[in-house]
Write a protein that binds this ligand. Sequence first.
Ligand SMILES: [Zn+2]
Length: 242
Amino acid sequence: MYMLYMNSDQFAEALERIDTVILPIGMTEAHGHHCPLGTDVIIPRRFLELIEERKGKELIIAPEIPYGHSWSLAPYPGTVDIPHDVFTEYVFHVGKGLAQWGVKKLVLFNGHGGNTPALTHVMERLADMGMTVLLINWWIDYAREILTICAGQGHAGEDETSVVLAIDESLVDMTKANVNWNKAIANVRFPGMQRITMENAQTGDATLASRAKGEAILALCTEKIIELIEKLQADQLIERRG
Ligand SMILES: [Zn+2]
């Protein structure tokens, strides 16, 4: 169920039997010269449509957050970079706002790597308030599976571009796809490094992307994500050994 389309009474009634809300979090930023600025919003949106079709009666999907934090893409046209502290505080208060109405389990469905440090901080603060919070970074959590479909990964690279192609081919201009394997060899920041490490606002080899690969990624990750959300709902996210 989509929270945006429920009225206040329906939301309150739903929370009597549903304790899980998914909060999609994206970013508006340059994705190469070939993918849309909204790539990190559009991909979670599609995953959640697929999840909603199957599990819609058992969870609520909150409205998405379309802006996030991105130092590395900040120099490229179209990126709207929200400072880390402002973004952290904003997402925390969205989570707290949901908690006050009885949401016990929150899934942060993230589409953008630069958001992760802030979201980890948000998770810890919400957990201290009594919530269970699960962070899903689809391209990291299922990297092993994705690499059975793609030769490599990257920002607007082979995997991400393929998923956008699968969602809507008209959103991608493959004639502008690039290759960039530049990489810092240590955890370093210096002025202007984004122009090198994120050359053309892209990493990886986007020229290898295809619609078929994107469809395979969407199908495979959707299955895995549904399994994970079912485990969250059954309180089975800890494995005990020995
Ligand atoms: Zn992206």
